[in-house]
Write a protein that binds this ligand. Structure first.
Ligand code: SF4
Length: 397
């Protein structure tokens, strides 16, 4: 059955032992080096939310039983005081929206932004909530100090569709207004146009209009993507709503998602069509499908910046129809090398991101980067060019 939206939310405070996901890798989509979930469960109650899947172990009614990590800011303060390398703090995604209604009472996201200011770290906030307006002052300060990127998750411009599939989130007009405000304040602004919903918001003209609207508002990038439906609660919840309101579409979904893959991925031919629609719309409106380098230049160690850029180049090749693969694998390999180095040597006092960055530069200068497993000679040459570009560009704007 679809999750009922009428019950008042219940908040349960729970202390967390750790807050940041210190995996030692930077997410090329969100630029996240230090991601976190301040809550578990999300009152926005998006029908398609991946966080509903059993693999995330969110107890109770996902949209109403909200676990609050009451000590999150104190724990994060401790973690950030011991950081070994800089990088973006990322608020968003996973199993909650950090600016859901609970945040009005608990103010954890604001506490995180205050810590970002204290430790001079860049932040990327991804939300569907207008409550983020409360913190624009702080985001603007962080942006002046390091960098703040504010992204909104917007998969449709259709209000009816939004209300039905994102019942607790801010109306689209609110998100667009705040996006324009953040832009005026000088922040980086992005849009996660995902997941577009098959037969509802994934048509070429709708994707084109969505991307065109974001371009007009001054978005710096738009990431698009198709819907995944993991077998179990997520898929069942979605199909219940579909049956109730769009029953004619159900057979098509059953065909596209019949493999019931654990990842929830549909038929790859469908995903390729969605990718092609986004590629065409982004080309037409002159927008990149990933955050441009100027938004993160010099805000993470060079090896991470190069790894992210290699993955972005791979994405551009994919958009242009090239089979590619080598640049993405090289980016991943460099991140794996960094992660393993942190695993092996991270506890040593003298070891930190600066040491690793020097080792990375030495490999590039000596022309030995291709000796890392997964890095081809051609990919190493692209990495070397990216390092040279970084040296030529200097410090961030
Ligand atoms: S806002 Fe994000 S985390 Fe919250 S329900 Fe929607 S998709 Fe899930």
């Amino acid at each position: 059955m679809a999750q009922p939206q009428h019950r008042e939310p219940s908040y349960r405070e729970q202390d967390a032992k750790t807050i940041t996901r210190l995996r030692g890798m930077v997410d090329p989509w969100f630029l996240a080096r230090y991601g976190m979930n301040l809550y578990r469960g999300c009152e926005h109650g998006c029908v398609y939310c991946d966080g509903r899947a059993e693999r995330y172990y969110v107890p109770g009614d996902f949209a109403r039983d909200i676990t609050v990590k009451g000590n999150a800011v104190a724990v994060l303060d401790h973690e950030l005081s011991r950081l070994k390398e800089p990088g973006f703090l990322f608020l968003g995604g996973g199993v909650c929206d950090a600016y859901q209604p609970a945040e009005e009472r608990y103010r954890l996201a604001r506490g995180v932004l205050e810590l970002a200011r204290k430790y001079q770290l860049p932040v990327h906030v991804l939300t569907k909530a207008s409550l983020v307006e409360r913190d624009l002052d702080l985001l603007a300060e962080i942006n002046a100090q390091t960098r703040a990127i504010l992204s909104f998750s917007i998969q449709t411009l259709d209000d009816d569709l939004q209300r039905r599939f994102e019942p607790g989130a801010a109306p689209i007009t609110e998100r667009l207004r705040l996006l324009a405000t953040a832009k005026k304040l000088g922040m980086g602004v992005g849009v996660m146009a995902m997941p577009v919903l098959p037969g509802l918001s994934d048509q070429p003209d709708r994707i084109d209009r969505l991307v065109g609207t974001m371009a007009e508002l001054g978005a710096d990038f738009v990431c698009g993507g198709g819907l995944t439906l993991r077998p179990g609660t997520q898929k069942d919840t979605y199909l219940d709503v579909l049956r109730e309101h769009y029953s004619a579409l159900v057979p098509g979904y059953q065909r596209a998602y019949r493999s019931n893959l654990a990842s929830g991925a549909p038929d790859p031919r469908y995903l390729a069509r969605v990718d092609a629609r986004f590629a065409a719309a982004l080309r037409r409106h002159g927008l990149p499908g990933r955050a441009p380098r100027r938004l993160f230049r010099s805000l993470m160690p060079l090896y991470a910046e190069v790894a992210v850029l290699l993955e972005h180049r791979e994405f551009e090749l994919h958009q242009a129809g090239s089979p590619g693969g080598a640049l993405g694998r090289a980016g991943h390999a460099i991140q794996q090398w960094a992660r393993q180095s942190f695993t092996k040597r991270g506890r040593r006092k003298a070891f930190n991101g600066t040491v690793l960055e020097a080792e990375f530069r030495a490999m590039v200068t000596a022309g030995t980067l291709h000796e890392l497993p997964g890095v081809t000679t051609a990919a190493a040459a692209v990495a070397s060019l990216l390092v040279k570009e970084a040296a030529a560009e200097g410090a961030p704007d």
